[in-house]
Design a binder for this molecule. Structure first.
Ligand SMILES: *[C@@H]1O[C@H](CO)[C@@H](O)[C@H](O)[C@H]1NC(C)=O
Ligand SMILES: *[C@@H]1O[C@H](CO)[C@@H](O)[C@H](O)[C@H]1NC(C)=O
Ligand SMILES: [Cu+2]
Ligand SMILES: [Zn+2]
Length: 188
């Protein structure tokens, strides 16, 4: 009897100090090596509208951004990814430029830039901006994913942080928000 109690006590002890379960083996983790496609539909209180198609072939690789925006005034317009996919108060609630690395505003090619800084899009005399942007700081997966964040196209040219204005280092002094759209996973 005493031996049975001792064995029970040893079993309880062994349970208490059982090692934690091992981490799942790498092959059991969700697949991260597939390409991802996303889309944003831009709209706003102005007549400006747009479609942005995004794709990333592999984690750590570039994201391709194919866009067509219509209804713009001819010329340059600041174009960014903003922090929030919240359009409850129109484009204003999208918040500031997406900035996970706590940088100041800059040009897409600068080391010092917000991840969301995609520079300017240029509208022709027909009011249409149509271009492809390739960028390394706006992944469609991982901790800095831009899925669920929002594109904003602005009234004015983005000075890329070099305008010497009060807002140059935060917004590029790009003026009002003409249209915006949340980045969501694509059905295509
Ligand atoms: C675009 O925004 C306008 C103005 O807020 C709204 O009337 C219209 O329904 C929106 N269009 C789409 C496709 O969401
Ligand atoms: C986005 O993709 C759709 C098809 O998936 C295509 O019809 C549309 O032309 C594309 N738009 C741009 C701006 O690339
Ligand atoms: Cu912006
Ligand atoms: Zn910025």
């Amino acid at each position: 009897m005493a031996m049975q109690v001792l064995i029970a006590a040893m079993a309880a002890h062994a349970l208490t100090f059982a090692p934690p379960p091992p981490f799942p083996p790498a092959h059991a983790l969700p697949q991260q090596d597939a390409s991802v496609s996303a889309v944003a539909v831009l709209n706003g209180s102005s007549s400006v509208k747009g479609i942005v198609n995004l794709s990333q072939q592999a984690p750590g690789g570039p994201t391709n951004v194919e866009l067509k925006i219509t209804g713009l005034k001819p010329g340059k317009h600041g174009f960014h990814l903003h922090q929030f996919g919240d359009l409850s108060n129109s484009c204003l609630s999208a918040g500031p430029h997406y900035n996970p690395k706590k940088m100041s505003h800059g040009a897409p090619g600068d080391r010092m830039r917000h991840a969301g800084d995609l520079g300017n899009v240029v509208a022709g005399l027909d009011g249409i901006a149509e271009t492809t942007i390739v960028d390394l700081q706006i992944p469609l997966g991982g901790p800095n994913s831009v899925i669920g964040r929002a594109f904003v196209v602005h009234e004015l040219e983005d000075d890329l942080g070099k305008g010497g204005q009060e807002l140059s280092l935060t917004t590029g002094n790009a003026g009002g928000r003409l249209a915006c759209g949340v980045v969501g996973l694509s059905s295509k």
